[in-house]
Design a protein around this ligand. Structure first.
Ligand code: TMP
Length: 256
């Protein structure tokens, strides 16, 4: 792992040079951060769960024709991905009021929104990822109008797919954050889904109890983060109680 060249280290993941040109290895850390890393903890095993859950989601998205950077999971903490140029915009899709939408606009948490809302945030830690409009994105050249169209169309598809996926296992998809990248192939460029989709980047509530099953457990000091992530994985049928022994993916090898 550490013999490979590190390309980038973020709060929850590390990117290493991949085995072939145009590929990278995405390593899932156990670090949990919130409020722009002002709050930080290591939660043993979180990275393993996010790797598995994100693999499952991205594989399914690939299979329904949503283009993503995901190639395959390599081991418990790593996946092989296509190298993309990350667009510095976080796209948030909301179905139910919560989090910063509730605090900013005074909409009561839990209210079902009249329609799904898409928001853009400028990915910039120094500025605390401020919310921005399409005007800002195009004026400052962070993404072009066609790229914004692609991101919005894909975000809606991801929302429809994820909402159904989670509803089927008794979980409400409240909101989520996704990121996109530019994939250069031959002379063409296309916008593909990148980063991860996991309980770190979604709000997931049990449909009956409204129990939070996502990173709000850490943000709000509710405890039990790992148990809830494990329960999400269990309901999706991708992991047995403790060990990822089942599954069709590549043979698991030691990663840490
Ligand atoms: P927010 O309500 O705090 O704006 O968050 C909206 C969604 O985006 C929620 O599912 C959590 C996710 N999110 C991230 O993945 N990373 C972040 O840095 C933030 C602020 C939110």
């Amino acid at each position: 792992m550490s013999r490979r060249r590190k390309i980038y280290e973020g709060k929850a993941k590390i990117l290493y040079e991949g085995p072939e040109p145009g590929t990278l290895v995405q390593f899932f850390k156990d670090d949990a951060t919130a409020f722009n890393a002002k709050k930080h903890e290591i939660i043993d095993g979180k990275g393993v769960l996010n790797n598995r859950i994100s693999e499952y989601v991205f594989e399914n998205l690939n299979s329904i024709g949503v283009p993503t950077h995901f190639i395959k999971r390599i081991n418990m903490r790593e996946q092989l991905i296509k190298e993309v140029e990350i667009i510095p915009i976080e796209v948030v899709v909301r179905n139910i009021a919560a989090g910063s939408l509730s605090s900013r606009l005074g909409v009561e948490e839990g209210n079902v929104l009249p329609r799904s809302i898409i928001e853009f945030y400028y990915k910039n830690d120094e500025l605390n990822d401020p919310i921005v409009s399409e005007e800002h994105i195009t004026a400052f050249g962070w993404a072009s109008p066609p790229e914004i169209d692609d991101m919005m169309a894909l975000a809606i598809r991801v929302n429809d797919f994820l909402s159904g996926l989670f509803l089927g296992v008794g979980i409400q998809l409240v909101d989520f954050k996704i990121e996109f990248g530019r994939l250069y192939e031959n002379d063409a460029m296309r916008v593909v889904l990148a980063d991860e989709i996991s309980p770190d980047s979604c709000r997931l509530w049990d449909i009956n109890t409204k129990e939070k099953m996502d990173k709000d457990r850490f943000r709000q000091d509710l405890g039990g983060l790992l148990d809830n992530y494990r329960e999400v994985a269990r309901r999706l049928g991708i992991m047995n109680e403790n060990e990822p022994t089942r599954g069709k993916g590549p043979v698991l090898v030691k990663s840490d």
